[in-house]
Design a protein around this ligand. Structure first.
Ligand SMILES: NC(=O)c1ccc[n+]([C@@H]2O[C@H](COP(=O)([O-])OP(=O)(O)OC[C@H]3O[C@@H](n4cnc5c(N)ncnc54)[C@H](O)[C@@H]3O)[C@@H](O)[C@H]2O)c1
Length: 313
């Protein structure tokens, strides 16, 4: 299939470019970062700012599917109005252009933050664990709102057109280049740190495989699915951790394994046949340091993120 990846120079986009290429797809990569004006690699790279309707209209035609990863991926490092404007308008214009140019599938990078308890101004927490797609949604912060409104744009588009959509809500995305910094301290804290997402994370290679499946699977309408690793970042029993940090305030639901993730991916499995294969234990040792073969892979530029970036030239 001819698949366009937006936000292709970011970690999710680059790993997805690599995974799509490996699966034999014809990939176009789009990002607002400048290209290298040299001989092209195996992937067409186009610089476009998707908050501009004209840029979106120029790059969407000729594709069967789009994986829309372009966004500001955090609520805390940019002014809120810029996050809202970038995330919502980039999604709006990319979706409008997809609809007008007959792109059949829109894969929307939403976020685990949509229910609202990751960055609330007034504290609240999840009602039950593991969190799933049926959990009530009440976001307060601009980033989560931009992602939730994005999901609503998908609902509207599938209602009025032949576009079909999958919103994927990844939890905290890790790869060889950031997991030691992000997950390492959690491993070393041995369960002492509290976490709104119940210590969830996902390895980018698993996420890229889910996005590839979401771009090509035979589904109708608009579906929302979470993406998380099977285990939690502590490697400790989930129910014990939740009891220790949240008392009786969070309802415990059955888990498939004692050290389960705080986010359930049962729906992605049922709908798309996707299950996460990778754990932090494949990348880090018991002290939260990168395992030597993983460091070698990173130093050699041989990770999915780096190979995706290299393919764009
Ligand atoms: N990183 C995470 O933990 C996480 C978790 C949940 C959801 N997500 C979502 O996944 C997606 C990808 O996140 P990431 O971690 O790869 O982020 P990233 O910052 O690594 O990559 C995002 C890319 O989008 C590009 N971009 C931003 N605005 C753009 C615009 N207007 N036009 C074109 N390109 C633009 C950036 O230049 C960047 O290369 C985002 O939608 C993010 O909100 C990320």
């Amino acid at each position: 299939m001819r698949i366009l990846v937006t936000g292709a120079r970011g970690k999710v986009g680059a790993a997805t470019v690599h995974t799509l290429l490996r699966a034999g797809h014809d990939v176009t990569a789009v990002d607002r970062l400048p290209p290298v004006y040299e001989r092209a690699g195996p992937v067409r790279y186009i610089q476009a700012d998707l908050t501009d309707a004209g840029h979106a209209a120029a790059v969407l035609p000729g594709h069967d599917a789009v994986v829309h990863a372009a966004a500001i991926p955090s609520p805390v490092k940019n002014p809120p109005h810029e996050i809202f404007q970038t995330n919502l308008m980039a999604t709006y214009h990319t979706l409008e252009a997809a609809e007008r140019s007959g792109v059949g599938r829109f894969v929307h990078l939403s976020s685990e933050t949509v229910p609202g308890f990751s960055y609330p101004k007034r504290y609240f927490h999840a009602q039950y664990v593991p969190i799933d797609e049926l959990h009530p949604v009440a976001p307060q912060d601009t980033y989560a709102l931009s992602k939730w409104f994005g999901e609503q744009l998908m609902d509207a588009a599938v209602a009025r057109s032949d576009v079909t959509a999958v919103s994927v809500r990844p939890t905290w995305v890790q790869w060889e280049g950031n997991i030691e910094r992000n997950v390492g301290p959690i491993v070393r804290a041995r369960g002492e740190d509290k976490s709104a997402s119940f210590w969830s994370y996902v390895v980018v290679d698993d996420l890229a495989e889910l996005l590839t499946t979401a771009a090509t699977a035979d589904i109708t309408g608009h579906e929302v699915v979470y993406a998380a690793a099977a285990d939690n970042a502590n490697g400790l029993p989930l129910h014990d951790l939740v009891r220790r940090h949240f008392g009786d305030a969070v309802r415990l639901r059955p888990v498939p394994r004692a050290d389960a993730s705080g986010i359930s991916c049962v729906k992605a499995d049922k709908l798309l046949g996707w299950a996460p294969l990778r754990s932090w234990r494949d990348l880090l040792d018991a002290e939260g340091q990168l395992l030597p073969p993983v460091r070698d892979r990173l130093d050699a530029g041989n990770t999915a993120v780096q190979r995706g970036l290299a393919a764009m030239g």
